[in-house]
Design a protein around this ligand. Sequence first.
Ligand SMILES: Cc1cc2nc3c(=O)[nH]c(=O)nc-3n(C[C@H](O)[C@H](O)[C@H](O)COP(=O)(O)OP(=O)(O)OC[C@H]3O[C@@H](n4cnc5c(N)ncnc54)[C@H](O)[C@@H]3O)c2cc1C
Length: 126
Amino acid sequence: MKANYDVLIIGAGLSGIGMACHLAEACPGKRIGILERRHAIGGTWALFRYPGIRSDSDMFSFGYKFRPWHELKVLADGPSIRRYIADTAREYGVDPVSTMQAPDSPAIARITPAPCPPTTPASASA
Ligand SMILES: Cc1cc2nc3c(=O)[nH]c(=O)nc-3n(C[C@H](O)[C@H](O)[C@H](O)COP(=O)(O)OP(=O)(O)OC[C@H]3O[C@@H](n4cnc5c(N)ncnc54)[C@H](O)[C@@H]3O)c2cc1C
């Protein structure tokens, strides 16, 4: 099955998911796809799973401005970051599909714009 997209994002890591969420909110009428070659979203944080993996930056800076980090750990472990990216994607209706799961379809993702969470004053400047 072929699909057409207005915007195609390469990679469902922190950056790609963040871009998709921004676009889902700013351009609700656009067809946005994410092309991800792996079976998982999260990029780096889905790939590396060795014990003790964590961020070097504080999560208040590393996380999305539009969805601030609320956990207590400032330097977060890998699974927490992976969950944070996945939860953000879900919240914004971003649903990447792996190329491996849809080999006949070059553009493999879909974003079903879910009702966006209300923009808070803090995230309005993001
Ligand atoms: C242990 C560790 C700790 C880190 N800590 C920090 C930190 O504290 N602060 C910081 O700023 N950075 C840190 N980084 C760097 C971190 O990788 C990035 O900040 C961030 O996660 C990168 O996100 P990204 O979405 O840009 O790239 P990635 O996470 O690399 O995601 C890219 C995605 O694109 C996909 N992709 C690539 N090419 C293609 C293609 N041709 N077709 C389809 N899909 C493709 C990949 O499969 C991947 O899922 C750390 C990295 C590691 C390994």
